[in-house]
Design a protein around this ligand. Structure first.
Ligand code: TYM
Length: 332
């Protein structure tokens, strides 16, 4: 079986619609066909300031949400990144193979650091993509299911793998991005040219999977639509409508082309109602499943300890090989 690895940050109380449609939905289906490794990346979550108590709660909550979304620990290896120390260890080696200029070109770093003020951004935020490369390469992943915003980080990962291999001998598999054709970039409901993100400019632009269904419906009703009144899929001129159509198509397992003709003679209000219904039909039962997992932290911890053990058994082999290739003297 080919192998996949992906990760998600526990930096909010709830994952959002973009996380699910861009990435986690594929994680769920790939467990059936691939040797799948998924982690909650708590090391990445401390790169921009955090509260320790909240981080711990969000890490557990993140795991509960992934289970509620359909990850099955019998079918995949689900773990917390900090439980596998090899991630930080391989990241150090990768740091030493990455050029300053190369890291400086990462657009996500540029965006985030300019928001925080360049002087205040941490070195951890700067090396964030290099730790991500280590996450992926440790597992010799063939593919990495993510949203469009991660493409550049995956290119860096491939470059680093190639560089290591050509310098020290073939050690790492070159991973391919696995990015959905539709829904790779869900946009903000209030600002439909920007990607939906937890750092949205207004909370109304963001749909959290764990939020009250009534609020979800309200946010969708007040989504920014575009001028005109025809329902057509035109990302350039009608990004708001295009985003709603994308969401509806994803949740009803249809293509946008299949959906659009049904809206001839109908208005934006009809579309929004259908989107809200579809999202809530998904979110409500999901929230109930998540609550069951949240109510049993002992079960979560147990499952995470099994996950960490499985992950370490793979990661430690790769790290040992990398240490050897780099020339570290093995301890006697
Ligand atoms: P994170 O936690 O920001 O997001 C998790 C996943 O959700 C996707 N995503 C989106 N997809 C579509 N539309 C959106 N609006 C949207 N917003 C987020 C992201 O592309 C991602 O797949 N750097 C990663 C975490 C990471 C990782 C890894 C991923 C750490 N190590 C190793 C893959 C492999 C991140 O910040 O994800």
């Amino acid at each position: 079986r080919p192998r996949v690895l992906s990760g998600i940050q526990p930096t909010a109380d709830s994952f959002h619609l973009g996380n699910y449609l861009g990435a986690v939905r594929n994680w769920v289906s790939l467990q059936e066909t691939h040797d799948a490794f998924y982690c909650v990346v708590d090391l990445h979550a401390i790169t921009a300031g955090h509260d320790p108590k909240m981080l711990r709660a969000r890490t557990r909550n993140g795991v509960a949400q992934l289970l509620g979304l359909g990850l099955d620990p019998e079918r995949c290896t689900l773990f917390v990144q900090s439980h596998v120390p090899e991630h930080a260890q391989l990241a150090w080696i990768m740091n030493c193979l990455t050029g300053m200029g190369e890291a400086s070109r990462m657009t996500q770093f540029k965006d985030k650091s300019s928001k925080q003020g360049a002087e205040r951004a941490t070195v951890g935020l700067f090396t964030y993509p290099i730790l991500q490369a280590a996450d992926i390469l440790l597992y010799q992943a063939d593919a990495v299911p993510v949203g469009e915003d991660q493409r550049q980080h995956l290119e860096l990962t491939r470059d680093l793998a190639q560089r290591f291999n050509s310098t020290f001998g073939k050690t790492f598999t070159l991973p391919a991005p696995y990015i959905p054709k539709a829904a790779a970039k869900i946009t903000d409901l209030q600002e439909p040219t920007a990607k939906m993100s937890k750092s949205a400019s207004t909370p109304n632009g963001l749909i959290e999977l764990m939020e009250d269904p009534k609020r979800i419906a309200k946010k969708i009703r007040s989504a920014v639509t575009d001028t005109g009144r025809d329902i057509v899929f035109d990302q350039e001129n009608k990004p708001g409508v295009a985003n709603l159509l994308t969401i509806l198509a994803a949740f009803t397992d249809r293509s946008v082309e299949e959906i659009v003709p049904g809206y001839e003679g109908k208005g934006y209000g009809d579309l929004k109602k259908d989107v809200a219904d579809a999202v809530i039909a998904f979110a409500e039962p999901m929230q109930q499943r998540v609550k069951l997992f949240q109510d049993d932290p002992a079960q979560l911890d147990k499952l995470l300890s099994t996950g960490a053990e499985k992950a370490r058994s793979v990661a430690s082999v790769t790290l040992a090989r990398a240490y050897d290739r780099v020339g570290f003297l093995p301890p006697a």
